[in-house]
Design a protein around this ligand. Structure first.
Ligand code: ATP
Ligand code: MN
Length: 507
């Protein structure tokens, strides 16, 4: 009885810093089993270590860390030093690369390899797949579970730095299979507890992130045709509800991959039930084929010189969007622009039930339809030139679709204004393709390519053979160019009146 009173009035010292006075209470209370249990629980919750002790896969405690605190401190200082070194390296890298289109990475010289620092923001996420890591097969010599080796003097405990380090390294095998543990597993590598814990934490967050991404991956199997960054862009469109599903690949061309998608909702705008997703390819090779179109296009000229290839690819998509909008305005049958995100253009799908409309090449029209198609194409070419101030620059039976009993124009990312330094040459080539196609189809009223060129452009070039005709075209283009150089401004249009001067100038 007396003893009980002494204990309960005493203020117990607490190893956790806060001293709470314990209230006096009656013997009945003290003998109560319920109170005993409560006190027991309270005690346990206060005294329990921060983390359960090193079972497979669990975290290590502060106790373990304390045994090698000097070493850890040294490692932390070293880490700090290395990070500062890397920061300096990054500054040097930026300075070295400046605004140059081609940049050099100093990443291999970094002291700290960037797991955590890897840019995981929004669209920059990349995937890792280490399932077939050959090093996974190599196992280290197992350490006895209780940490004892040999007899007598040779007793080692879990606090032994070397044993502990090896064990930590071995335990990394239990990390998620996607987690890149490197080739250290085959070597006698010793990991400090702190490093182990940091890696463990990272492995868990990686697993969570990977699970999130896999959920979204259900979208379709077709996205394998695009790189991870593009895939993420597509997922985002689906997540935002703009698109319902991405259904499959319609075409994989040289310069783009086109998908079919079911439309969703975009704020107040109706998204067509069937959409085409045009993904511009982002590799250097493709970009090289096209730069002749864009680098002389004054609309993009200022920006071109300052951009890296990735941004230039985006400009292709942007160009297609602008050009489609101009055509839309003039009432030319063409895909309707829904949305542009980086190098991905969403537009209405020309076709039905996920089947794209056939190209004029594939449609194999009868004579009557061919005649109708010819007249449509002719008037579209004129409208494009006059009302949209554009030359298609890749017009042929492959870029015209036959849908709903009429011709639709597609693929206008490379289209330029007629006053582009090679605009008239591109127009001539278009006219040659169109003329040859309809002549072969038996449409007798089809003019030859030179006549067609004059009809569309309103110019009156009289040469009766291709070589001279082209020479005249090039002379006109040069005249335009020299005007730009001498007067610092371009001509607004090539004149369309037979009687008037060949060129019209901006005031
Ligand atoms: P290519 O190098 O084959 O010409 P490209 O990269 O220039 O391809 P496009 O010509 O625009 O790309 O599209 C390729 C194909 O994708 C078209 O032939 C057509 O079948 C399909 N396609 C593109 N846009 C649409 C659309 N809006 N609706 C339906 N199908 C489309
Ligand atoms: Mn095409």
């Amino acid at each position: 009885m007396e003893q009980v009173a002494i204990i309960t009035t005493e203020t117990r010292p607490s190893p956790w810093g806060v001293n709470k006075p314990v209230n006096q209470c009656s013997l009945a209370d003290v003998m109560s089993e319920q109170l005993a249990r409560e006190l027991q629980l309270e005690e346990e919750s206060h005294c329990a270590p921060q983390e359960a002790l090193s079972d497979e896969g669990s975290f290590l405690t502060g106790d373990d860390i304390a045994t090698s605190s000097d070493e850890v401190l040294a490692q932390m200082l070293q880490m700090q030093f290395d990070k500062e070194y890397d920061a300096q390296l990054l500054r040097e890298e930026r300075k070295f690369n400046g605004d140059s289109k081609v940049s050099i990475s100093f990443e291999n010289y970094r002291k700290v390899q960037p797991y955590e620092e890897s840019d995981s923001s929004g669209d920059e996420v990349d995937w890792q797949d280490t399932r077939h890591d050959p090093y996974k097969a190599v196992k280290p010599t197992p350490t006895p579970k209780k940490g004892f080796i040999g007899k007598g003097k040779d007793i080692t405990t879990k606090h032994d730095e070397v044993v502990c380090g090896r064990k930590n390294t071995a335990r990394m095998e239990n990390f998620a299979p996607e987690f890149q543990v490197g080739d250290g597993i085959g070597m006698d590598l010793k990991l400090s507890n702190q490093v182990f814990n940091a890696l463990k934490q990272h492995s868990i967050s990686e697993q969570r992130r990977s699970a999130r991404l896999h959920d979204k991956k259900e979208v379709s199997t077709a996205e394998k045709a695009v790189d991870p960054k593009t895939r993420l862009l597509l997922y985002k469109m689906v997540n935002a509800g703009t698109l319902d599903t991405i259904n499959g690949c319609v075409s994989t061309g040289k310069e783009s991959v086109v998908f079919h998608a079911s439309g969703g909702r975009l704020e107040d705008q109706e998204v067509p039930a069937e959409c085409a997703l045009k993904v511009f390819k982002t590799t250097l090779n493709e970009f090289k084929n096209r730069d002749k179109y864009i680098k002389d296009d004054y609309r993009f000229k200022d920006r071109f010189s300052k951009l890296n290839p990735r941004k230039i690819i985006r400009m292709w998509a942007e160009k297609e969007k602008h050009n489609l909008k101009r055509m839309q305005k003039a009432g030319i049958p063409c895909p309707e622009v829904v949305l542009l995100k980086k190098h991905v253009l969403v537009m209405s799908f020309i076709g039905k039930d996920q089947v794209p409309a056939p190209t004029l090449k594939e449609a194999k029209l009868g004579l009557e339809d061919s005649i109708q198609a010819y007249h449509e194409v002719l008037s579209m070419m004129k409208q494009l030139y006059d009302e949209c101030n554009l030359v298609h620059a890749d017009l042929s039976e492959y870029n015209m679709l036959w849908h709903d009993g009429k011709v639709w124009l597609i693929d206008v990312s490379q289209s330029v204004e007629p006053t582009h330094p090679h605009g008239l040459e591109f127009l001539y080539r278009d006219c040659r393709n169109v003329s040859q196609f309809f002549q072969k189809a038996g449409v007798t009223e089809t003019p030859n390519e030179r006549e067609l060129f004059n009809i569309v452009s309103g110019l009156n070039i009289t040469s009766d053979n291709q070589a001279d005709f082209l020479a005249e075209i090039e002379a006109l283009e040069k005249l335009n160019e020299s005007h730009v150089q001498n007067h610092g401004k371009k001509i607004s249009a090539f004149h369309k009146d037979d009687e008037g001067p060949p060129l019209m100038y901006d005031e």
